[in-house]
Design a binder for this molecule. Structure first.
Ligand SMILES: Cc1ncc(COP(=O)(O)O)c(C=O)c1O
Length: 468
């Protein structure tokens, strides 16, 4: 073997690669490495099948089979779902779409998406840092900053990711996050990632928040308070005036998640601050998602120049993740344009929400805390009853999905109705009436966890345990 052949042999290449990797790690390793085949097995890898989470999913399936409830989740739509949809060839009235303002299927929106698709392709291809900008990103960010009257805005590829990466990056182990007890899972995940201490305040209870601020204010470097504009499971509205008053006094950062409020609250759909006629500058971090009233995908933060610069320079979900797909950014801009041109979409949504809420209450349905904007739950009790009610309603021509434990506490399971500007008064009345009728039958039959055949359940559980 010549010296040149020797230096390009796979062994030499590997040792050069190892040396280079060690140099990058800052390790000066002259000592021989332990050969892989001399490593003795210290412990076996855990099996996914043994995890409690897997058993929980299996249990839910078994319980469903036992009482013969088909799985209401993951239904396949044959068409774009809005106020109506088609599932398994059946035409249904649909209350399971976030398309609050009916922009998802609008020709003007499609035209703008197609234009962006033709021009930029499907993907931004890499992080905007390296793949560069597309003008449509800046157009969207400019529009969002204008809505909130902020110095800037930044968009991310998902609403969930936005909350995770922003809180995960901004807060640290010396900080405290105080959040409403009904806050979205994305916020909780962000806090966990940040390592910050976390306390919840009772839902919309400003006195409780003040109590927590009084007892904790001196013990932490920074304090962030997080609430949702419209609460995603319950449909009521954050006490923004109360939050702003406390912010003035206690000097925390206030973050409001406008996922369900953008396009819904306020005369022109600018959200919770417009609803209460409050200066948007009183909120430090406006967060939201593009997947609801703007019928696209992605999330955003609006705030001052320093905040946006920090996020664009350091937030993992921005720096190390692909830029928002240009057609999706264009779709969000087009939806905002359409709503600005046709503000009656907002008033129609409001009318429809109010009609549903009034009708549901009159029919004796428990709509919880909902104020009748975009989200109206019908609380039915246990998870099994909610799943069965969803299936019975679908058989009657209405698609509305259950929310069950652990997304809500057991005993608080519900069907969640998303109202859109495109529902007709007849569709709303009919859906309310059918819900009341179907639920009445289930209540009369005492259908739910309480009526489960416990012996059969115990048998199935022990079979499952022995399988594991
Ligand atoms: C309050 C809230 N924040 C964030 C999100 C996440 O948004 P996305 O589904 O667009 O990722 C949701 C989703 O429904 C939500 O309800």
């Amino acid at each position: 073997m010549t010296a040149r052949e020797e230096s390009s042999s796979p062994r030499m290449q590997r040792s050069r690669k190892d040396a280079l990797l060690n140099q990058m790690r800052g390790i000066d390793r002259k000592k021989p490495q332990v050969e892989a085949d001399t490593v003795t097995l210290k412990r076996a890898a855990a099996r996914f099948e043994d995890l409690a989470e897997y058993k929980q999913v299996q249990m839910q399936k078994l319980a469903g089979e036992l009482v013969q409830i088909g799985n209401p989740f993951y239904r396949t739509h044959d068409v774009g779902a809005g106020a109506t949809t088609q599932i398994d060839g059946r035409h249904l009235t649909n209350f399971a779409s976030y398309d609050y303002l009916g922009t998802n299927q609008h020709p003007l929106v499609h035209a703008k998406v197609q234009e962006a698709l033709a021009r930029y392709g499907v993907s931004a291809s890499a992080s905007r840092l390296v793949a560069g900008e597309r003008p449509v990103h800046q157009e969207l960010e400019g529009r969002l900053a204008k809505i909130y009257g902020t110095e800037g805005a930044v968009v991310f590829v998902s609403g969930y990711l936005t909350n995770v990466t922003v809180i995960g990056g901004l807060m640290g182990p010396d900080d405290l996050v105080l959040h409403d007890e009904l806050i979205h899972n994305s916020i909780l995940t962000g806090v966990r990632l940040s390592g910050a201490a976390r306390r919840f305040f009772r839902h919309n209870d400003m006195a409780h928040l003040q109590e927590l601020l009084e007892s904790f204010q001196g013990r932490f470097r920074r304090i962030l308070v997080v609430a949702e504009g419209i609460y995603s499971m319950d449909g009521d509205v954050a006490d923004l005036p109360g939050l702003v008053a406390l912010r003035e006094r206690y000097g925390f950062w206030l973050m409001l998640d406008e996922a369900h409020a953008l396009g819904v609250l306020g005369e022109t759909g600018r959200g919770t601050f417009e609803h209460f006629d409050i200066d948007p500058g009183q909120v430090d971090i406006w967060s939201g998602t593009l997947s609801k009233a703007t019928s696209s995908c992605g999330g955003y933060i609006a705030g001052n120049e320093a905040l946006i610069s920090i996020l664009k320079g350091t937030a993992g979900g921005f720096v190390y993740s692909v830029g928002l797909s240009p057609p999706l950014a264009a779709g969000a801009v087009a939806s905002l344009d359409l709503v600005a041109q046709e503000p009656e979409r907002i008033s129609r949504l409001r009318r429809n929400g109010a009609q549903f809420l009034k009708g549901a209450r009159k029919a004796g349905l428990n709509t919880g805390l909902s104020l009748g904007f975009s989200v109206i739950p019908v609380i039915v009790g246990d998870s099994m009853r909610a799943a069965r009610l969803s299936n019975d309603l679908m058989a009657a021509g209405v698609n509305a999905l259950p929310i069950i434990h652990p997304a809500v506490p057991e005993g608080q399971a519900r069907l969640r109705f998303f109202i859109t500007s495109e529902h007709t008064p007849d569709q709303i009345d009919e859906a309310v009436q059918l819900t009341a009728e179907c639920l009445e039958k289930l209540v009369a039959a005492n259908f739910g966890i309480a009526s489960l055949d416990r012996q059969a359940m115990a048998r199935l559980m022990s079979e499952m345990a022995s399988d594991g």
